[in-house]
Design a protein around this ligand. Structure first.
Ligand code: 5GP
Ligand code: MG
Ligand code: MG
Length: 179
């Protein structure tokens, strides 16, 4: 699997250190707010798990799946809810945990949905950001790493459902997805 990686951008240790810092920061900022922490499936599942282990405050978890790239490496611009939340968000401080922001389309749609459901506040934490890909005006409140405009895999992020289990984030060799 590691054979398919052209370049490692951040290794497992660097990611763990950053996630710990984010968790500690979020614990301070969400102390006494009992946030509803929402994992955007599937990409954010590892980040979510590691993040909340570093949050020493009362919180609740829920999961939501929205459409992303499928087996392609480009955003389709079409966003739809595949699995909705089990928990009402009305009056809640909501913390969206996302793997990566590229165009920003997915998140801007999601923020809109949560605001229309009368969340008390909507905050976004993303582990990775690719600002060069942005087509809508959107910035995360908490960002782990800013990445170059390349297709990356690992630490939850897939190509055609593979590579999610890599503990690092890296750039896939172009020949892997141009096949
Ligand atoms: P956006 O709507 O901001 O363009 O991106 C939506 C989703 O596409 C992200 O949450 C993520 O799941 C996926 N995505 C964006 N960039 C990458 C990337 O470089 N690699 C992978 N594997 N997924 C990406
Ligand atoms: Mg995602
Ligand atoms: Mg994907």
């Amino acid at each position: 699997m590691l054979n398919d990686i052209q370049e490692v951008l951040y290794d497992a240790e660097q990611i763990q250190q950053k996630v710990k810092e984010l968790g500690e920061q979020l614990s301070r900022d969400f102390n006494d707010r009992n946030p509803l922490v929402i994992c955007i499936l599937k990409g954010a599942f590892i980040f979510m798990a590691d993040l909340v282990k570093n949050m020493d405050i009362p919180l609740e978890l829920d999961f939501m799946a929205i459409s992303s790239y499928g087996a392609s490496t480009k955003s389709s611009g079409v966003v739809k809810i595949i699995k909705d939340l089990d928990t009402p968000v009305e009056g809640r401080d909501v913390l969206i945990v996302e793997d990566i922001i590229d165009s920003g389309l997915t998140l801007s749609y999601l923020i809109d949905v949560l605001e229309r459901r009368n969340a008390k506040s909507v905050t976004v934490a993303t582990l990775f950001d690719k600002p060069a890909g942005r087509t809508v005006d959107l910035e995360a409140d908490y960002t782990g790493f800013t990445l170059p405009d390349a297709f990356v895999v690992g630490y939850g992020l897939d190509y055609a459902e593979r590579y999610r289990n890599l503990p690092l984030i890296g750039i896939l060799k172009p020949e892997v997805y141009s096949k």
